[in-house]
Design a protein around this ligand. Structure first.
Ligand SMILES: Cc1cc2nc3c(=O)[nH]c(=O)nc-3n(C[C@H](O)[C@H](O)[C@H](O)COP(=O)(O)OP(=O)(O)OC[C@H]3O[C@@H](n4cnc5c(N)ncnc54)[C@H](O)[C@@H]3O)c2cc1C
Length: 356
């Protein structure tokens, strides 16, 4: 006997997890997807679903995040991952490769297909104005909203699905929602400062800022402190430099460093914006062998709707949200967006059904 119908906006990680959980509880969810395919940014991702091994590390890495929401994600993730496996989602690796984190890497196509099957009713190219659960994936796809909240020095290229343009934020604000902390923060990667395609999102990311000497166009070393392991602090600082770009200048030692099975030299090779140091717009530092012009690719916003531990959107009546529509979890740093989407997607379904 169905316990109720449920309308969910967004067929990415959070929306599909909510729908699969709702169906498991006997409800009849319908997922409305604005795009022409299911999976959202999850389908394009590296699909490592993780948490910090130690709670204290999570707090230290994301110090301005809402501690209650962080606790829910941290405590609920292992169960969430087991649930995905129980549905048949294919695991590619049983660890993250980072000693500070625990989690699993899934095959993104296999995970999407598994969740779509479990969700059962996914309506592509359709949106609705009234829904119980918002899971539209953040506002990075809206240039005006990004300009208003994040203030990059120029519009940033998108490193995400093209459809997440703040619909959830606008719909919820019209229903009285409150905003979280960190509305000016985002998660992304410094990419070659040139156009790129979805196929470049992961391999072309210039994830070696920690080994580079970093300058802006004026030759100013604008990031003097230690770069964090995710490099998200350096990426966000780059967005605020003139032209929203930076130069990574590398010597021989830096080019020989290894990141995730590749040398820095191999990653640099994929950047069409690499130049000889004599071509820099400022005097090259001693030892420079090559320089790469980079600019942030915007993956998802970190600020968003304020929710409580039950995924209820604060300030609204009966509205729930999960995934990148929600803010205040990885604020001040970086944590797994897929993990938060999984945990709060499931909670949103349970909480919304409770209310019906
Ligand atoms: C290249 C890349 C690598 C990544 N790697 C990782 C990783 O290894 N680990 C990790 O934790 N995270 C990673 N991420 C981030 C992760 O993909 C996101 O955090 C996660 O997908 C967020 O889930 P979501 O459901 O909020 O958004 P999404 O999965 O993007 O889903 C949102 C969905 O909502 C739809 N939508 C938008 N507006 C509407 C509307 N009005 N009505 C209906 N549907 C709408 C969109 O089309 C989309 O399908 C990566 C992302 C990218 C792009």
């Amino acid at each position: 006997m169905p316990v109720g119908t449920l309308s969910i906006s967004g067929a990415g990680m959070a929306g599909l997890c909510a729908a699969a959980r709702a169906r498991e509880l006997g409800a009849e969810p319908a997922v409305y997807e604005k795009g022409s395919r299911a999976g959202g940014s999850m389908l394009l991702s590296s699909c490592v679903i993780w948490r910090y091994r130690e709670w204290e590390d999570f707090r230290a890495e994301c110090p301005t995040g809402d501690e209650r929401l962080q606790r829910v994600v941290w405590e609920g993730l292992d169960d969430g991952i087991s649930w995905l496996e129980s549905l048949g989602a294919p695991v590619v690796a049983h660890e993250t490769g980072n000693p500070r984190t625990v989690g699993k890497r899934f095959d993104p196509r296999g995970l999407t297909d598994t969740l779509v099957r479990a969700a059962a009713e996914v309506r592509l190219n359709e949106t609705v104005k009234e829904q119980e659960i918002l899971a539209t994936g953040g506002f990075q796809g809206s240039e005006p909203l990004v300009a208003e909240h994040i203030h990059p020095a120029r519009p940033l290229r998108l490193r995400a699905n093209p459809w997440s343009s703040g619909d959830g934020l606008r719909l919820a604000l019209a229903r009285g929602a409150q905003l979280s902390a960190g509305m000016d923060e985002f998660y992304g990667r410094n990419m070659p400062d040139a156009d790129f395609t979805e196929a470049d999102f992961v391999p072309a990311a210039q994830l070696y800022g920690q080994y580079a000497r970093v300058y802006n166009d004026h030759g100013e070393a604008f990031f003097e402190r230690e770069v964090s392991w995710s490099e998200n602090d350096l990426v966000q600082a780059t967005a605020r430099q003139p032209g929203a770009r930076a130069w990574y200048v590398l010597d021989d030692a830096a080019l020989g460093e290894r990141i995730r099975g590749r040398t820095v030299a191999e990653i640099v090779e994929l950047a069409p914006t690499r130049v000889d140091p004599v071509e820099l717009p400022f005097a090259a530092p001693p030892g420079a062998r090559v320089a790469v012009r980079v600019s942030p690719g915007l993956t998802h916003t970190i600020g968003g709707l304020r929710i409580d531990e039950h995924a209820r959107v604060v300030g609204t009546e009966g509205l729930h949200a999960a995934g990148a529509d929600v803010g205040g979890i990885s604020t001040g740093g970086y944590a797994s967006g897929l993990a938060a989407a999984l945990v709060f997607g499931r909670i949103a379904a349970e909480s919304a059904l409770d209310r019906l």
